[in-house]
Design a protein around this ligand. Structure first.
Ligand code: O7E
Length: 220
C-alpha cells in the first residue's frame, strides 16, 4: 500500500533523461507520496532508466501502463516491473477475472500492489456501465485498490461506499482535466494524482504546495 502523508501522487509524464528527472523529483519529493511513471519513461529512458530512477529516489513508484493482456503476459510484465523497483501497477479491470486471477495472487507473493482501473477521467462509458461488477471483481481478487476519476466525484463516493476503508482509491483528473484540487479526496479518494499542472509549471514546488493546501482544506 502507499503510505499517505500528503495525499498527493505525481503523474510524472515526462520524456526527460534520468538526470533531469531525478533533479526535478528531488525538488518536490517531500511533498508527494508516490511517483507514477509509465509509457513516457518506457519509451524514452527505457527499463534501465526506470531502474535508475527507482534506485535514485526513495519513494513509492507506481507503474501506469494500464496493463490488460492475457494472464501469462500480465504475469511476465508484473515480474519485470518488480525487478525494476516498481511498487505498484495499474491494470485494466476490463480484461476480466480469468486474466486477473493469477496476477493478483502473484502480486501478493511478490509484494507489488495492483490498482484496478474501473472508471476513466474522460470517456470510459463502458466502464461506468459496469462499475459495480468491476468493484466487486477487484475486492474478490484481493487487489490493493482502485483508480477512480476526480472528474466524476459521484463515482468516487459510490466506490468508497462499496469498499469501505480496506482499499486505496487513487484519483487522476485533477487540474488540467477539470477536477478541482482537494475535491477528489473530499469525496473519498485517498490520493489525488496530478501531472501537467505541476510538471509544466514555472514553479512546481509552489503549485504542489497550493494543491496540498487544497487537499487539507477543500472548497468544493
Ligand atoms: O491530466 P494530468 O496531466 O494531471 O495527468 C493525469 C494522469 O492520470 C495521466 O498520467 C493519465 O495517464 C492518468 N489517468 C487519467 O488521466 N485518467 C484516467 O482515467 C486514468 C489515469 C490513470 O490510470 O492514472 C493512474 C492512476
Amino acid at each position: 500500500m502507499i503510505i499517505r502523508h500528503n495525499g498527493l501522487i505525481l503523474a510524472f509524464d515526462v520524456d526527460w533523461d534520468t538526470k533531469r528527472s531525478i533533479v526535478f523529483l528531488r525538488g518536490i519529493m517531500d511533498l508527494i507520496d508516490a511517483v507514477k511513471v509509465g509509457w513516457l519513461q518506457l519509451l524514452n529512458i527505457g527499463p534501465n532508466g526506470i531502474k535508475e530512477l527507482t534506485s535514485g529516489i526513495n519513494t513509492y513508484f507506481l507503474a501506469d501502463i494500464k496493463l490488460g493482456d492475457i494472464a501469462h503476459i500480465n504475469e511476465y510484465v508484473i515480474r519485470r516491473l518488480r525487478d525494476l523497483g516498481i511498487n505498484g501497477v495499474i491494470m485494466h479491470a476490463v480484461t476480466g477475472r480469468e486474466n486477473l486471477n493469477g496476477v493478483a495472487k502473484l502480486s501478493r507473493d511478490l509484494g507489488i500492489d495492483i490498482f484496478l482501473l474501473i472508471s476513466m477521467s474522460s470517456g470510459g462509458e463502458l466502464y461506468d456501465l459496469n462499475l459495480d461488477y468491476n468493484v466487486k471483481l477487484g475486492t474478490e481478487l484481493g487487489i490493493a485498490g482502485f483508480v477512480v476519476p476526480a472528474t466524476k466525484p459521484n463515482i468516487i463516493r459510490r466506490v468508497r461506499s462499496m469498499v469501505g476503508n480496506n482499499y486505496q482509491l487513487l484519483s487522476p483528473g485533477v487540474g488540467v482535466q477539470g477536477g478541482k484540487p482537494g475535491c477528489a479526496t473530499a469525496s473519498g479518494a485517498d490520493f489525488e494524482i496530478v501531472g501537467r499542472s505541476i510538471i509544466n509549471s514555472e514553479s512546481p514546488r509552489e503549485v504542489t504546495l497550493s494543491i496540498l493546501s487544497a487537499i487539507k482544506d477543500p472548497r468544493c
